[in-house]
Design a protein around this ligand. Structure first.
Ligand code: THU
Length: 127
């Protein structure tokens, strides 16, 4: 997963922030889906690496995320932003592992539930 995330990171389109991110999702099927951030001259339109990977996964027909990995190059860990946490929660579970990596490898691991407690999900929509 780290290799796939790093390959995607190398293709990141981040000319504005210069902050390249790669993400890799392991689907329940075992297939891996990687993505990078795709920025835009209209800054708010930019897309995070996680969102790119989710779109690729869904387009390929997978709907269940078993494991999440995010790779960045900064000195600090790069935890998924709030929007990405919500987007990941659509296809993952609270116990789904989230691995945060840097150039040297794994920095820390957590779970989606720890990153997004009391999440809004489909259950809330039930009458
Ligand atoms: N970014 C990601 O791709 N994923 C994250 O989890 C956090 C931030 C991107 C968005 C933007 O292109 C750049 O990092 C700086 O915020």
């Amino acid at each position: 997963m780290l290799e796939a995330a790093r390959r995607a990171l190398a293709n990141a389109h981040a000319p504005y922030s210069r902050f390249r991110v790669g993400a890799c999702l392991r689907a329940a099927s075992g297939r891996l889906y990687a993505g990078c951030n795709v920025e835009n001259a209209a800054y708010p339109v930019g897309q995070c690496a996680e969102a790119t990977a989710i779109g690729t996964m869904v387009a390929a027909g997978d709907r269940e995320i078993a494991e999440i990995l995010v790779a960045s190059e900064g000195a600090e860990i790069c935890p998924p932003c709030g929007r990405c946490r919500q987007q990941l929660a659509e296809f993952a579970r609270p116990e789904t592992p989230v691995h945060l990596c840097g150039p040297e490898g794994l920095r820390t691991s957590t779970t989606l539930g720890d990153l997004l407690p009391l999440a809004f999900g489909r259950d809330v929509l039930r009458p």
